[in-house]
Ligand binder design. Sequence first.
Ligand SMILES: Nc1ncnc2c1ncn2[C@@H]1O[C@H](COP(=O)(O)OP(=O)(O)OP(=O)(O)O)[C@@H](O)[C@H]1O
Ligand SMILES: [Mg+2]
Length: 389
Amino acid sequence: MSRLQAEHLYKVFGRRPEDAVRKLEAGASRDELRADGTTAAVIDASIEVDEGQIFVVMGLSGSGKSTLLRMLNGLLEPTAGTVRIDGQDLTSLSDKELRKVRSEKISMVFQHFALFPHRSVLENAAYGLEVQGVPRAERTRRATEALELTGLKGWEKSWPDELSGGMQQRVGLARALATDADLLLMDESFSALDPLIRRDMQDQLLELQKTLKKTIVFITHDLNEAMRLGDKIAVMRDGQIVQIGSAEDILVRPANDYVASFIQDVDRSRVLTAGAVMAEVGTVLGSTTPDGGKLGTAAEFRAAAPATVDVDTPLVELFAPCSASSVPVAVTDAKGALVGAVSAERLLAVLGEPAEQDATPALPAQPLVKTSAEAHGDNEPEDKVIAGA
Ligand SMILES: Nc1ncnc2c1ncn2[C@@H]1O[C@H](COP(=O)(O)OP(=O)(O)OP(=O)(O)O)[C@@H](O)[C@H]1O
Ligand SMILES: [Mg+2]
């Protein structure tokens, strides 16, 4: 179910913003408006964020990410368009109703989380609850839990300046998690951290998300971060959303040259998954291994395969098993049913394939890379007998 929805959002700063929207709708460019002294920060943006999803908005500095986010939480009024949270149109609410929605449903985590220097780590983590008027005992209990979730158990009584930057950012995350708000808006939350700590925070967010299942909008200018975290990614350029899709969709089918140039340095082996590149099981069955072993049935294939991996396994983890055997790696779906095979040749062909759509597949007559929906077996495995093997 969609928790957060934005339709045809515009934000123009400067004089006569509504006129500017009409000009934009009629095809005027952002640069033409700038000549009049107005800035079109967000142009005709529509997104839909589902319950439990991490939705990443990615774009270079000045592309409009923060402006979009501030409209999503009602801090900025759109020049045109609507924002709905749980079906409720934010622009139809009074200031009081809007504040209530913000304090009950939404938590924000910023790039430089401003902690109160004269409050302990615990008091800082409990701050959002304090604002909500939650009694002290319950505040303490929930903030303590949230600090434990973010790996700060034992630091409750410390002062912020005794913590490293990464730890301070964790306090910010704990503050957001301590409230019941299950819509988390994160603006460059990890961007100020060292690369290793940043990666650690990304892992931790993904791990927390497995149990907490918050609905998250995460803003970043870092494509690798977007690809690691995002269930869905919106790429912004000059105020417009130029593509929305999964990491795989964007990597394999970039919407235009801009996105294509953006993704050229991405490590495909960490984004593409076994499920997206596997060949059908039928292409392996009936063959023999170089030393004469028969791969007649699914069970024989599974026994001979150097490894069996889940559809969501990134390709980087297939290099070792693929190089150790001439038999392809077996791929199973979430239920453990055999759904495909990845051979060393296929692995190399996929990673060597340029991002352009119509690259000629070097291997079996099926697309080398599937869409994420196909890879997740939204279509049944071809052979039910195999599925039971
Ligand atoms: N209050 C404002 N008044 C005028 N112009 C603004 C205002 N806020 C943002 N802008 C302009 O809108 C555009 C988008 O800004 P925004 O902060 O949304 O970008 P961003 O993608 O978040 O960038 P960054 O990655 O640097 O944070 C920029 O050109 C900016 O100068
Ligand atoms: Mg910003």
